[in-house]
Design a protein around this ligand. Structure first.
Ligand SMILES: NC(=O)c1ccc[n+]([C@@H]2O[C@H](COP(=O)([O-])OP(=O)(O)OC[C@H]3O[C@@H](n4cnc5c(N)ncnc54)[C@H](O)[C@@H]3O)[C@@H](O)[C@H]2O)c1
Length: 350
């Protein structure tokens, strides 16, 4: 029998989950909850009941799993309600708007013996898995440095709603959290963050650029710049072409460098001294590693159905994703207070 999954929040990413669910036989859409009028039409299209609130849906439908795809500041309440109703969760990233809410969600799920999978969908790409294997498996020797960039220019129309000009909707919490998550996954825990943020282009409350330095638990150091107002080909979405809405640049935006070689990412290019002693005077050879991107949202739903069925633990749990949220918020916190933020808490060791 397929797992009965309900969707709370049928906006941009909610619709992407619906498309993915339609391709996975082990799940069945049970209902959609969203107060917006367009959600009723979407429910009709998928032939499922529509509810204007999560609570009404949960008591009427009793699904075994729920996808929370509401705006980030509205993850917490429906997530707690769905856990109270005995549902396993797939919660969109960031898990919550604050670390306190994320920790409460973790406690509530553990107390009820339910699983929370968080929607950091990039973890399902083979490129990320291979980079993790190479970095952690010693293909680069000892990892020494990581450099990265995520720079795009979002159009004026994106900022028409006032809430998109405010800090919680800024590119650090909305976009950079993806990069922080895969850096933690590939390299390991982040020990400290030192950041700068500016708004010199748009002058909104939210940042339009950030720069930060990272210190990883394994001793390697990183430097990263990012902006939602810099028109460049260097951003994950453009590098991979994962979403047809964005033009494909194919330009890599991250480098991992170790004592025995280097890796460009996400289109994997492995640079080595080709068996000669590693040195700046040794010519470098590059080996391109070609992998199929596939559909990470479909893989995520397949994994969620295994989690709901009790056959798998979440690839990214509530506690793990709280570590990603904590490190991401540390960029803004460091920029605000002008000093290094040491990241601590139980999630460090995940
Ligand atoms: N994984 C990704 O790559 C990715 C991409 C985009 C967005 N997201 C995340 O997904 C979440 C939603 O973003 P979006 O761009 O789809 O937003 P959106 O504004 O397009 O959609 C949100 C939907 O939730 C509904 N909603 C609001 N409050 C609700 C409530 N209390 N109960 C039920 N429905 C409610 C709204 O009516 C709307 O239809 C955010 O947390 C965002 O960070 C993730």
């Amino acid at each position: 029998m397929p797992e009965r999954i309900a969707l709370i929040g049928a906006g941009v990413i909610g619709k992407r989950h619906l498309t993915a669910m339609a391709k996975v036989e082990s799940v069945e859409l049970a209902a959609i909850a969203d107060p917006h009028a367009s959600a009723a039409e979407i429910a009709t299209e998928y032939g499922v009941p529509h509810y204007s609130s999560a609570n009404k849906m949960l008591s009427a439908v009793a699904p075994s799993g729920v996808i929370i795809a509401t705006p980030t500041e509205h993850h917490f309440e429906p997530a707690l309600a769905a856990l109270d109703a005995g549902c396993h969760l797939l919660v969109e990233k960031p898990i919550a708007a604050t670390v306190a809410e994320a920790e409460e969600m973790t406690r509530a799920s553990e107390a009820r013996g339910l699983c929370v999978l968080v929607g950091h969908h990039r973890r399902y790409y083979p490129h990320v898995a291979r980079a993790r294997e190479m970095v952690r498996g010693g293909s680069l020797g000892q990892l020494v440095t990581v450099s990265g960039q995520w720079s795009v220019r979002k159009p004026e129309s994106y900022y028409a709603p006032d809430w998109r000009r405010r800090s919680p909707a800024g590119p650090v919490l909305t976009n950079l959290i993806h990069e922080i998550d895969y850096l933690r996954y590939i390299v390991g825990e982040i020990r400290s963050v030192t950041g700068l943020a500016g708004n010199s282009v748009q002058g909104f409350e939210k940042e339009d650029a950030a720069a930060f330095a990272l210190q990883f638990e394994n001793g390697s150091l990183g430097a990263f710049v990012m902006s939602d107002q810099a028109d460049s080909p260097w951003a994950w979405e453009l590098a991979t072409g994962e979403n047809p809405a964005f033009p494909h640049s194919g330009q890599n935006c991250i480098t991992f460098s170790g004592t025995r070689g280097a890796l460009e990412f996400p289109n994997l290019r492995h640079w080595t001294s080709d068996g000669e002693p590693e040195s700046w005077i040794t010519p470098k050879r590059v080996h391109d590693i070609s992998l199929e991107l596939g559909d990470a949202f479909v893989r995520q739903i397949e994994h969620f159905s295994e989690v709901v069925a009790g056959r798998a633990n979440p690839i990214i749990s509530a506690a793990d994703s709280t570590g990603t949220l904590r490190a991401t918020l540390a960029v803004l916190e460091s920029a605000r207070c002008g000093s290094r933020i040491d990241i601590c808490g139980p999630e460090r060791k995940n």
